[in-house]
Design a protein around this ligand. Sequence first.
Ligand code: UDP
Length: 258
Amino acid sequence: MTRTMVLMDQSNQLNVLDVGFLSISMDDALSLVSGVVKADGKECVSFINADCLNISSGDHEYRSILNSQRIVLPDGAGMNIACRMIGKRLKANLNGTDLLPELCEISKKNDFTLFLLGAAPGVAGRMKKNLEASYPGLNVVGEQHGYFDHDSESADVIAKINSVKPNILLVAFGAPRQEKWIHRHQHEIDSNLLIGVGGLFDFYSGDKKRAPMWMRNGGIEWLYRLYLEPGRLWRRYIIGNPLFVYRILKWKKKQSQA
Ligand code: UDP
């Protein structure tokens, strides 16, 4: 399917907790994003999971940013469960970690350039090395850590990005910080795709291990992340997961009464 067809097809549009997103296959997602670059267009891309929707329930700025974007993709088992609870079917789990290898292949083939922005100092550099080793010929034209002062130093960071005009800018500040930063600066940034990717760099740099395949396939990757970082993530998953299910049930009831 072409970029326009994917975006115009109403059957691809779903909504959970008042946030719209696309239910499309991995192939359609890839042709959509590569179509944006080929047409020299500009789109912001976000991934949403249960935690993002929990945050957006209380953060109206984040929610309206997501709803202003044409490309919001469902990431994680929680989105699958939410869709089933409202009687819809999710075509694919489109998390950034699985999408990136495909995006690298396409970028290599089409000469798209990438810029890595985010994570702790050193992480993006290690990721660049790993990507260039895995995809010889891939053109990662720049990197920058995410711990600059987002109020006073963004102009310098944007000047650095614009000096190389990457086709694809990956922004890894975590949600919703990255979505707000991208939204605020999208018109100043010379790039076709501005993609918020959360903790992705920490995995691709080799700093953090991803869950084994059986856990990923079973929809319990979150359990592995919780096991690795219980102090930071218990609230997100132990409280967040049941809260998400409760919110869906409440939202579904409200929808049926409307
Ligand atoms: N981060 C950053 N700048 C900040 C705060 C966070 O670059 O000011 C990075 C952090 O180092 C990590 C990512 O943002 O690489 C967020 O990771 P997290 O696991 O919270 O993201 P998730 O995928 O869960 O949204």
